[in-house]
Design a protein around this ligand. Structure first.
Ligand code: HPA
Length: 294
């Protein structure tokens, strides 16, 4: 398995991502403008892509396979609302043992293919008491515990062809796209809140004490992905939209009161089921947004 953070073997990240982009561009004349990365259980969003050309992650040079159930490991190139898109049915996670650089390889390759907008979706546990399973949240900002602590895709020599050594993360989630998502959701009668996403390393779900800490720090939802891709995308000056599907009530609203009802005991099956139910709302939202993003 190649280690794309290793730039000493004659295959630096930029070259490897360029090779992946060249392979994809030889497969189809579609030149995607928007990349949509689908999180756990959200693969059905890809069903609304028309005239899709599908390719397995493992067929693309240097692109690593996903090992998680609910992640198909397919890249679909096609059109959504007439806009050329690349949809990743599944993503790579730190908890699979991938490095942060490996996790962001797909978004880098797609940017080199010409994609300027990244839509990052995920399944997440709700921390805000009003967040019910099945509801959607547009990400206003993030707290990346692994990336803050150095498990960061930008660690290592900076490739100036990709971006700055010290990129800012102010408004990492594009304010205009966030507003567009809220407007479209309102028009379509889709319940969409805005909030802060906290990333943890996983793969275990969090303790209630950990969740209370995240809530105290201002997080509204918690998950195990998205932040590395958002950082890599902003490093390359892409526009980023983040969408979380709340799949479970992670935190009891007890705030430490042991007499209050317990939170869900989360399972991956429950997460996949809830995401599957919400996927059609996400598909509606994304297809109506796509026409406006371009
Ligand atoms: N915690 C972390 N990741 C998740 C959760 C959760 O409760 N639900 C879905 N992904």
């Amino acid at each position: 398995m190649p280690n794309i953070s290793d730039t000493s073997d004659g295959l630096p990240v930029f070259r490897m991502a360029s090779e992946a982009a060249a392979f994809i561009s030889a497969l189809t004349a579609i030149r995607p403008e928007v990349a949509i990365i689908l999180g756990s259980g959200l693969s059905a969003v890809a069903d609304v892509v028309v005239d899709a050309v599908n390719v397995r992650f493992t067929e693309i040079p240097h692109w690593l396979p996903t090992t998680v159930s609910g992640h198909e490991g397919l890249l679909s190139l096609g059109h959504l609302a007439g806009i050329p898109v690349a949809v990743l049915r599944g993503r790579l996670h730190l908890y699979e043992g991938y490095t942060p650089q490996e996790v962001v390889f797909p978004i880098r390759a797609l940017h080199l293919l010409g994609v300027e907008t990244a839509v990052l979706t995920n399944a997440a546990g709700g921390l805000k008491p009003s967040f019910m399973p099945g509801s959607l949240m547009v990400i206003r900002d993030h707290i990346g515990l692994p990336t803050l602590a150095g498990l960061n895709p930008l660690t290592g020599p900076n490739d100036d062809r990709l971006g700055l050594r010290f990129p800012p993360m102010n408004d990492a989630y594009d304010p205009e796209l966030r507003q567009m998502a809220l407007t479209v959701a309102e028009q379509k009668g889709i319940d969409l809140a805005e909030g802060v996403y906290a990333m943890v390393g996983g793969p275990n779900y969090e303790t209630q004490a950990e969740l209370r800490m995240l809530r105290t720090c201002g997080a509204d939802a918690v998950g195990m992905s998205t932040v590395p891709e958002a950082i890599a995308a902003r490093h390359m000056r892409m526009r980023v939209l983040g969408l979380s599907c709340i799949t479970n009530t992670a935190l009891s609203d007890a705030a430490g009161d042991s007499s209050a009802p317990a939170a869900d005991v989360p399972t991956h099956e429950e997460v996949l089921r809830a995401a599957g139910v919400a996927a059609h709302h996400m598909a509606t939202l994304l297809s109506h947004m796509c026409a406006r993003i371009s």
